[in-house]
Design a protein around this ligand. Structure first.
Ligand SMILES: [Cu+2]
Length: 236
């Protein structure tokens, strides 16, 4: 083992490399430049602490997935599956949700969001659009006409609001913004498949919604680290 000569008040002593680095660190206060791995030790301690604190949270979550059949529908897409209520308060995301307007249609046609989310309406057509909603729960707003390349925003505050989005210029344009209490929701793909991940373990009402169809709900137990399969059939 290599040893380094170190001068001290007590006289000349010989230290191992590691001990010499620690001594320099204590002496100068500059642990990083002295080679003492204090910052790495601190980082490791933080990671260990976070792992310890987050382990119960991560472990107590499960997934729900399944398939939705929209009876007599042209496809099984655009049904919203969501947990009705989770006993917690959820902050809306910092980033805006996007609803585009392209080829004289809203994209997506169905947009579920957490209450308090700001939705940005884009215009990627080459004509004017005028986004409005007759839904009182969303404030019956009219954003006015705006040209290609511009955008307008609106904050959807009230959970449980199914806001019908229309265009004052193009009557064929229609979309839904579904405002929810918690972030545990999903939209079905063309085949009707959906998956909601990371739901805290517990017993919930899981609901399936599709436009003017009758919504359906099922009492669902989400277990730790498990996946529950829940299918729905929605009828007019
Ligand atoms: Cu339009």
């Amino acid at each position: 083992m290599r040893r380094q000569k170190q001068e001290s008040e007590a006289g000349t002593i010989y230290l191992t490399d590691g001990a010499a680095r620690i001594a320099r660190c204590i002496d100068t206060g500059d642990c990083r430049r002295s080679g003492f791995p204090g910052s790495r030790l601190f980082l490791m301690a933080v990671i260990c602490m976070l792992s310890f604190l987050l382990a119960p949270v991560i472990a107590r979550a499960g997934d729900v997935k399944g398939k939705v059949v929209i009876v007599n529908g042209s496809s099984n897409a655009n049904a919203v599956i969501y947990v009705e209520n989770v006993d917690s308060v959820f902050a809306p995301p910092d980033t805006d949700a996007i609803m585009d307007q392209k080829h004289l249609a809203y994209m997506p046609e169905v947009l579920p969001i957490l209450a308090g989310t700001t939705v940005k309406f884009l215009n990627n057509d080459d004509v004017l659009h005028d986004v409005f909603t007759p839904s009182q729960c969303a404030g019956s707003f009219d954003l006015g006409s705006f040209p290609p390349g511009e955008s307008k925003t609106h904050v959807f505050k009230r959970p449980g609001c199914f806001s019908l989005i229309l265009c004052d210029i193009h009557p064929e344009m229609q979309a839904w913004i579904v405002v929810l209490q918690n972030p545990y929701f999903a939209v079905t793909d063309h085949e009707g498949n959906y998956e909601i991940r990371g739901i805290p373990a517990g017993t919930y009402i899981l609901r399936a919604w599709f436009g003017y169809y009758k919504s359906e709900s099922v009492k669902t137990v989400v277990s730790q680290n498990g996946t529950v399969n829940v299918d729905f059939q929605l009828r007019q």
